[in-house]
Design a protein around this ligand. Structure first.
Ligand code: IMP
Ligand code: MG
Length: 206
């Protein structure tokens, strides 16, 4: 809820100020906590390069791109529009984090509505490879569907946090060990809509 709009202090201001001040406060609040790590242009260039690699690998094969909800949503949409050959899209939901950069809790996988993956070349697509536990669990889960092949791609790969044997087959960017938001990534479900990737200040992580 936008509390500023219902704040009596604002109701005493002239009407025009009531329209301008709350969005201004929101803008200042956001710009204080966010530091751009990857611009929209850099992200799009990274995705273009990945799409070219995938084109060389998968053109003419029965590809299903399987996006991990919710973080991969924007990445998935931008990537598949650059892959100009027949492919199928599926979604699977995995949740481990509840907000901050601390260790992930138990992973929940929801695969209702998963398309048939048997015999398909599956590319599992996630927003970020952090400890790697999510990807590792998802790979085991999807392998039970007997795909012809299974590989993984992530937008971001965080340096120095890996806790599993496997690594992503494809990635767009390596990033330092900071908590990032935007371009699908969230902090308490906020910031996913940003067109760039930004780091949150330590003091803003609760
Ligand atoms: P992992 O299992 O530790 O590799 O974590 C993977 C999941 O944790 C990702 O799909 C994200 O949802 C979440 N995550 C990890 N690091 C970040 C971050 O810096 N910002 C937002 N979400 C993150
Ligand atoms: Mg995620």
């Amino acid at each position: 809820m936008d509390r500023t709009r219902h704040n009596p202090a604002f109701c005493r201001l002239p009407a025009a100020a009531c329209m301008i001040v709350p969005p201004l406060i929101q803008f200042l609040r956001r710009s204080r906590v966010l530091k751009v790590l990857l611009t929209e242009i850099e992200i799009q260039a990274g995705i273009e390069a990945l799409a070219k690699r995938l084109d060389a690998e998968y053109r003419g094969r029965p590809l299903t791109v399987l996006g991990v909800l919710t973080g991969s949503l924007i990445f998935l949409a931008d990537l598949i529009r650059r892959m100009d050959f027949p492919l199928r899209v599926g979604l699977i939901q995995a949740s481990s984090y509840r907000g901050t950069a601390t260790l992930p809790g138990a992973l929940e996988i929801h695969d209702a509505g998963l398309p048939i993956l048997e015999g398909r070349d599956v590319l599992l697509l996630d927003d970020i490879f952090d400890t790697g536990q999510t990807l590792s669990h998802l790979v085991q889960h999807v392998e039970r569907q007997r795909p012809h092949s299974l590989r993984s791609a992530v937008l971001l790969w965080k340096i120095g946090r890996q806790r599993v044997e496997i690594t992503p087959d494809y990635y767009c960017f390596r990033i330092p060990d900071v908590f990032v938001v935007g371009y699908g990534l969230d902090y308490h479900d906020d910031y996913r809509h940003l067109p760039h990737v930004a780091a949150l200040d330590e003091e803003d992580l609760g």
